[in-house]
Design a binder for this molecule. Sequence first.
Ligand code: WT7
Length: 649
Amino acid sequence: MSNESLANLLKEDRRFAPPAELAAHANVKAEAYEQAKADRLGFWAEQARRLTWATEPTETLDWSNPPFAKWFADGKLNVAYNCVDRHVEAGNGDRVAIHFEGEPGDSRSLTYADLKDEVSRAANALTELGISAGDRVAVYLPMIPEAVVAMLACARIGAAHSVVFGGFSADAIAARIKDADAKLVITADGGYRRGKPSALKPAVDEAVGRVQGVGKVLVVQRTKQDVAWTEGRDLWWHDVVGKQSPEHTPEAFDAEQPLFILYTSGTTGKPKGILHTSGGYLTQTSYTHNAVFDLKPETDVYWCTADIGWVTGHSYITYGPLSNGATQVIYEGTPDTPHQGRFWEIVQKYGVTILYTAPTAIRTFMKWGDDIPAKFDLSSLRVLGSVGEPINPEAWIWYRKHIGADSCPIVDTWWQTETGAMMISPLPGVTETKPGSAQRALPGIAATVVDDEANEVPDGGGGYLVLTEPWPSMLRTIWGDDQRFIDTYWSRFEGKYFAGDGAKKDDDGDIWLLGRVDDVMLVSGHNISTTEVESALVSHPSVAEAAVVGAADETTGQAIVAFVILRGTANAEDAELVGQLRNHVGTTLGPIAKPKRILPVAELPKTRSGKIMRRLLRDVAENRQLGDVTTLTDSSVMDLIQSKLPAAP
Ligand code: WT7
């Protein structure tokens, strides 16, 4: 990325010091960076001692066959024991592990003692159904406690789970069952979404009918809706799990025992089955959950709004928080059911102290209006987290002001399905935060930005984000495809992990993520990041959301095309406003970044994990037939966008 264009981009100079009180009692202080730098492996060996091992590891990292890493290879542990039993043994069995809030308003709380019984019963049931260590189990469930129980039951017996997001189709389930060769599927009749029961089992029935090897389907009863039933194959969870003994002796497995496979779609090709293993993964999820959220398990109430079907749900609902003995909220439904204040009502009801959500949700709340959170008591909150995509500075400021009472630190956490746990993030008691920047690699993590020739860029420069040292929770391979693992992540830059994200370093050396490399535009020889143009647009009072793409252009190579959702009363037909927005981007970022076209739209196409599908917008901007829309939350959005489109100038 050329530095001259970067120099113009995003002059964000707002700074927020950590609250003094939080800093004074922070779990992790500034020394951690120095300590980890002086002895990186020693630092991780020390963090591994956060866990309870059946056999303590004496080796930390085996990197003799890169890029295939082994962490803590001679150690043995049981992941579920670490997430459940040991808290009960330590006298915390009465502590609530999960406050479950169903979408229709039903709720129940499970203590760590309850969770131990449930996980033990489920582990006994899996064993009875013929599942043993090394097998794979597919999980297709709504956001209910059984999802966590199912994952931990697999972990407890050494089977790997493959959780498939509940919004995915029969095709996606079938492909994942087949790729991982799963023997059992755990599903539910349905779950509640947007005020009504939404069926899950029909998709499983269809998928299982198409693949070989699934002997049993275990069905949780959640909505009590009618389900088709295949005798001999389908079993009710409450029958099979319900009758088991709550006693189960956890066996210790190798640190490198597969824990789960999670598929990432990527932009092209067949989904990649990202493989995570046990000891290193649990060490880093546990450490980062404690450090980045400053978790105090005795007093905090933590809430991560992600779905269990994404890695955020795996690492920061199931494994990180439970290994730390946290009390957390799990919410089944959507943020606007039955009203747009639902999240804030939940924060108030449970006294949530730590909230972890995504920029797409924050921008939606901004659009809905400041008055909605203002109706609720949010004073319990003390740390706010963000994950999933770059957070626009204006959304960051809104989050801090309207949710965080202008005092909660915001931790903008950069990581990926592949990294397994957080990699780049502020520490809430240490970092002076900058809106829109994930800032600095966490202690023990080595990240930098390089140019096309793999040279580290100086402060102020931009290029590609790379990870230069292996880390405990790194993916071990792509399931069944070592070569693709090497090609995708380790071949672009010799010896370095290529994350696929564009990034820049500011003058302090802090890292700003600029979105996927595929989303960087080349305009008249200048590299311009879609994220930065979007942030500039969102900083205008009339714009609620923006998505920017580069469309092929005869004169400039690519031209910037922006799709914007306007706020409240702003008028989409207003040519003057469009002119103002172009000028606003021009003054914020420099004339080169002015969009050639700005198209007001009612909605933007998003994947089910909340990421904008720029590929489809590029198709629109280039007047092409639309590509695959099956992973969109709502595929009618594209019809709406196309029907409103003015003719190209
Ligand atoms: C991609 C990974 C990490 C769990 C959820 C997404 C983007 C994620 C940030 C952030 C800027 C971010 C990157 C990354 N991303 N967090 N804080 N700032 N970008 O996991 O689906 O594997 O996606 O999400 O582009 O590569 P994922």
